[in-house]
Write a protein that binds this ligand. Structure first.
Ligand code: SF4
Length: 228
């Protein structure tokens, strides 16, 4: 599988906007402490991402193979069968920020560091998406699936995804634990693909009260699009 490693991703954090988001009042002791933590994070942050370019091949109703690696999920099979070419990826805030965050003392500083790592991950995901859109041409409608987001594609499938990405995961400093958690913790993996009808994990996820929901739950979608 052809792979692309994206390094040197800038971490552009706007101090004023971040302070508003984190409810830090300008001119206070907290503001000056945050300013110093942000300066450290900006110096250290090395967000990274890697993706592959591959073809998905249907092997049965509930499975596809990509580069000889099997992924078991009805939704993955149907989404990727239509797409053909797929882009398995991993994006991370980088080990540099995670190592630094472990030296934080106090809950508030640890929370700020956590928020900055999340922002760095956002920078990595943003560059990855722009890269894929540029490669595919302006009008391409990109969708993404992530192992563990749906009952149909459980977290255990992360192991297959890491096998598929191979050396690329090491190149960006992402590793998978026995419990299928990616370290650094502020990392994300998945498969992107072109979908004219569009796909969002949240449309198939009935979880209530999720702050990260990006689309309403559609109770009939599984039966309509993914039923037998
Ligand atoms: S609703 Fe929340 S938990 Fe469910 S897929 Fe969307 S972001 Fe994930």
């Amino acid at each position: 599988m052809d792979q692309v490693i994206l390094q040197g991703i800038p971490f552009d954090a706007d101090e004023r906007g971040l302070m508003e988001l984190l409810r830090i009042r300008p001119g206070t002791k907290n503001a000056s402490e945050f300013s110093s933590i942000l300066a450290q994070a900006k110096t250290l942050a090395r967000p990274k991402a890697a993706f592959g370019i591959a073809t998905a091949r249907t092997v049965d109703h509930d499975a596809v193979e990509i580069d000889g690696i099997r992924f078991t999920s009805r939704v993955v099979r149907i989404n990727l069968e239509k797409a053909g070419v797929v882009f398995p990826f991993v994006a991370t805030c980088g080990t540099e920020l995670e190592d630094w965050s472990q030296g934080m003392t106090g809950m508030l500083h640890a929370f700020w560091a956590d928020s900055l790592m999340l922002m760095a991950l956002g920078s990595a995901v943003g560059v990855l998406e722009s890269h894929l859109k540029e490669r595919l041409g302006g009008g391409a409608a990109l969708s993404t699936m992530n192992p563990g987001s749906l009952e149909d594609w459980p977290l255990g499938e992360q192991a297959a995804l890491f096998r598929l990405l191979g050396d690329a995961t090491e190149a960006v400093g992402a590793r998978l634990t026995d419990k299928m958690v990616i370290r650094p913790l502020k990392s994300v993996s998945g498969i992107s693909f072109v979908s004219e009808e569009g796909f969002t994990n949240c449309s198939l996820c009935p979880r209530q009260g999720c702050d990260s929901r990006r689309a309403p739950y559609d109770a009939g979608l599984y039966g309509k699009r993914y039923g037998l």
